[in-house]
Each structure stands twice: as structure tokens, then as C-alpha cells.
Design a binder for this molecule. Structure first.
Ligand code: NAG
Ligand code: NAG
Ligand code: NAG
Ligand code: NAG
Ligand code: NAG
Ligand code: NAG
Ligand code: NAG
Length: 355
């Protein structure tokens, strides 16, 4: 290389030094996939380290102890940690409304009733998804409390999907059913005939909307200016990517991004796109799609958890009050507000030719 080119190259590298953010997630959501594959993060000066979380217990330990800067996890976890355990977790925005949540089974199980006496694999028996499962199964006459079925703790959706497809856990225990989410619901449907899991019920038949993935941090991050600035930059980028994803003009490019991120065919990615942009359950936050938590959606999480005794709060605890956003509350929009304002100041475009 010519010495001048070398100098120029290092100047460019230097001016492009990226700030690192530790991001914990259960799945690569469509919004993250677009941000990651189309260069939105680098365009905004960020290097996002994607940490695949094994289960909600480990994920919340990592957000509270400072290992992660931000986590996307189903918001019910935050309800449990804050209201039951008095842990200072804070939700700074909603990412989706429960995309493609289904009760799925192995091919030989063809009805909910056949789950009688069987284990159902979950992330945690006290997680939001387990409460949603109880609600759906009870609509079909099966009760956990009566011992009609039981829960077996296995881990996050990637592990459970793999166990469902194998019809067994790594230790050989037989698997019958679990709850699936984006992108696994569609991936399962795309398997060859005979291997496709059965969708026994859609969660949305019983309860909708459900606020699911939420941006979650530890409350103490909000009193650290450097950390708040970093989180704001992350949220600005995710907001830009989410707007891009939800804009039908970008459909072809978004599908490319999903295909690349998930390692799936164009045809499967097209169905994943439909799932992620679904106007009731997709990666949406109506009406503005600005990560505002849907109050009906989060209240549905509360109602379902409460119905099955999942709260240990004092009697008379006012959930309506507890869900009002504000400083020091479960939901705090200060970062989101700054991020949306920043998004309007500096448009991030992404670059479709990078894939
Ligand atoms: C969660 O994952 C961690 C780390 O892999 C593991 O040590 C722990 O046993 C898991 N906990 C549950 C409840 O599955
Ligand atoms: C949560 O924050 C409150 C208010 O700052 C504090 O009093 C409390 O000790 C914190 N709880 C934990 C478990 O750190
Ligand atoms: C296999 O793992 C599951 C989930 O951890 C556990 O409930 C079950 O007892 C294990 N079975 C054997 C045979 O070790
Ligand atoms: C504030 O946040 C920055 C960026 O994450 C971190 O490096 C620093 O240690 C934090 N400061 C304190 C006092 O926690
Ligand atoms: C919550 O989501 C539902 C379903 O998308 C929507 O109809 C409703 O308007 C939303 N609520 C608010 C307050 O935006
Ligand atoms: C619960 O809080 C809401 C909002 O602050 C308030 O409007 C309502 O009256 C409270 N309910 C009770 C039973 O105190
Ligand atoms: C987009 O990416 C392509 C391929 O990496 C590059 O040639 C092009 O200059 C980029 N466009 C913009 C606007 O950054």
C-alpha cells in the first residue's frame, strides 16, 4: 500500500472508532436483524455485541450486575422482577406484541387434549410464557393446578425449538410441546411434511394483544450520563431500523436482511417478514411505532399472571398505578424520548447494498 493511503486508512479507521454496547437477547428480532445487516449500528457509531442469553434467570442476573447494557426479554419478566422481587429493572420501550406466539407440539400430538399427563417444556415455570400457556391450556380444559400436565424447565426459545424438533432433550427425555415465537413458528412450518410441529393453538386466540419483547435495563443506568447516552444511541438506531422494517417500500431489502440474519431461504424470510410486520402481534407499538408500551398489552400480561397466582405483592397492590410511566417506575420513557428526538434530527438510512 502507498504510505499516503496507509495514513488515510488509519485516519478513516480512527474517525470511525465505534462504541461498544453489550446487548442480551433471546432471539435476533427482525428489528435487530435489519439494524445489524443493513449497517444501521455502524452508521450510528456503535458496535453491538449480541449476547445470546440461555434463559431468563441468567439474562436478568446479567442486566442487573452490569454485564449487559440492555436486554430484550418478554416484559412479564420485568413485572416479576420488579413487583415480586423488588429488583430495580426498568422497561424503556416495547418492541413487539407477542409475534407468532403459539402452543406447538411434536407431529404425533394433534390436539391440546393429548397433552394430558405430559410435560411441557418452558424457560421457567414462573415466566410470562408459562402463564400464557396455563391460560391457553385452561381454555381447553387442562389445569396445571389439577396436575393435568406439568412444566419442565429447559431454557430460551432456541433450545426449546431444537428440543421440539428432536422430540427429545439433550439428556434423552421425551419432549411433546412448548410455546414458540418468531422466528421459530415460521421455521417450523417450513420443515418438510412429517417433521412440521403442529400448532395446537395460537396464544392470540385466547389473549391479545400481549406486550412481549421489551427493552429492559437496570434503573441505575439512568443516573450514569455516559451509559444513558449510549443507550439513547442504541434506541435511536433500533427505532430507525424498526421504521425501516415497517415501511412497505423497504420490503425486499428487509426480507434480504432477515434471510441473511436467520440463515433461511428467501421464501421463509418472506413469511418471517409477514410475521414481524403483523399489525396486531408484530414488532409494532401502535399508533406511532415509537416503542410506547401498549397499556392493554401489558395489562393483559398482569391479568394472566395474576389469574394463576404469579404475584406475591400485597393485597390491594395497584397495578394501574404501578404501570404508569415515570422516573423510578417500571416504565421510564426518558431514553426513548431522547432517542425519538435524535432520530428526527439525524436520519439513519441503512444500506441495502451491503448484503
Ligand atoms: C440458565 O443458564 C445458566 C447458564 O447457562 C445455567 O447455569 C442455569 O442452570 C440456567 N438456569 C435455568 C433455570 O435453566
Ligand atoms: C432499588 O432502588 C431503590 C431506590 O433507589 C432502593 O432503595 C433499593 O434499595 C433498590 N433495590 C435493590 C434491590 O437494589
Ligand atoms: C433431563 O433434563 C430435564 C430438564 O432439565 C430433567 O427434568 C430430567 O429429569 C432429565 N432427565 C434425566 C433422565 O436426567
Ligand atoms: C457509567 O457508564 C459507563 C459506560 O457504560 C461505564 O464505563 C462507567 O463505568 C459507568 N460509571 C459508573 C460510575 O458506574
Ligand atoms: C394496543 O394494541 C392494539 C392491537 O394492535 C391496538 O388496537 C390498540 O390501539 C393499542 N393500544 C393503544 C393505546 O395504542
Ligand atoms: C389505582 O391507580 C390509578 C392511577 O393512579 C387510580 O386512578 C385508581 O383510582 C387507583 N385504584 C385504586 C383502587 O386505588
Ligand atoms: C453501501 O454499501 C456498498 C457496499 O458495501 C458501498 O459500495 C456503498 O458505498 C454504500 N453506500 C452508502 C450510501 O454508504
Amino acid at each position: 500500500m502507498h504510505p499516503r493511503a496507509l495514513v488515510l486508512a488509519s485516519v478513516v479507521a480512527c474517525s470511525q472508532a465505534l462504541d461498544t454496547i453489550q446487548y442480551g437477547a433471546f432471539i435476533a428480532t427482525a428489528t435487530y436483524s435489519v439494524a445489524n445487516q443493513l449497517g444501521f449500528f455502524t452508521e450510528n457509531g456503535l458496535e453491538v455485541i449480541y449476547n445470546q442469553v440461555p434463559n431468563s434467570t441468567a439474562a436478568f442476573a446479567s442486566i442487573l450486575d452490569g454485564e449487559y447494557d440492555i436486554l430484550t426479554a418478554t416484559v412479564d419478566n420485568a413485572l416479576n422482577y420488579r413487583f415480586n422481587q423488588n429488583q430495580n429493572v426498568t422497561v424503556i420501550g416495547q418492541l413487539d406484541q407477542g409475534p407468532d406466539l403459539v402452543l406447538a407440539s411434536i407431529p404425533s400430538i394433534t390436539s391440546v387434549e393429548q397433552l394430558k399427563g405430559k410435560p411441557i417444556i418452558v424457560d421457567s415455570p414462573v415466566s410470562g410464557y408459562a402463564y400464557l400457556l396455563q391460560d391457553v391450556l385452561s381454555a381447553y380444559g387442562l389445569s396445571l393446578a389439577n396436575g393435568d400436565y406439568y412444566f419442565m424447565t429447559v431454557g430460551g426459545t432456541p433450545q426449546r425449538y431444537s428440543a421440539l424438533i428432536n422430540e427429545a432433550l439433550p439428556n434423552g427425555t421425551a419432549v411433546y410441546a412448548t410455546i414458540l415465537t418468531y422466528p421459530f413458528t415460521v421455521e417450523g412450518e417450513a420443515l418438510p411434511t412429517g417433521e412440521t410441529p403442529n400448532v395446537l393453538a395460537r396464544i392470540s386466540e385466547v389473549v391479545k394483544p400481549v406486550t412481549s419483547s421489551a427493552f429492559t435495563i437496570r434503573e441505575s443506568s439512568l443516573s450514569n450520563k455516559t451509559e444513558t447516552a449510549l443507550l439513547t444511541r442504541f434506541m435511536t438506531t433500533m427505532h430507525a431500523a424498526n421504521k425501516f422494517l415497517l415501511n412497505p417500500k423497504n420490503k425486499a431489502c428487509s426480507i434480504q436482511a432477515l434471510s441473511k440474519q436467520l440463515g433461511v431461504s428467501q421464501a421463509v424470510a418472506t413469511q418471517e417478514y409477514a410475521s414481524a410486520t403483523n399489525p396486531v402481534s408484530g414488532e409494532i407499538s401502535p399508533p406511532l411505532n415509537d416503542f410506547t408500551v401498549n397499556q392493554t398489552g401489558i395489562m393483559n400480561d398482569v391479568v394472566v399472571r395474576d389469574k394463576f397466582g404469579g404475584f406475591t405483592v400485597p393485597s390491594g397492590f395497584n397495578f394501574t398505578e404501578a404501570l404508569i410511566p415515570g422516573t423510578g417506575k417500571l416504565i421510564d420513557y426518558s431514553v426513548k424520548k431522547a432517542a425519538v428526538a435524535e432520530y428526527h434530527r439525524h436520519h439513519l438510512n441503512g444500506n441495502c447494498t451491503t448484503i
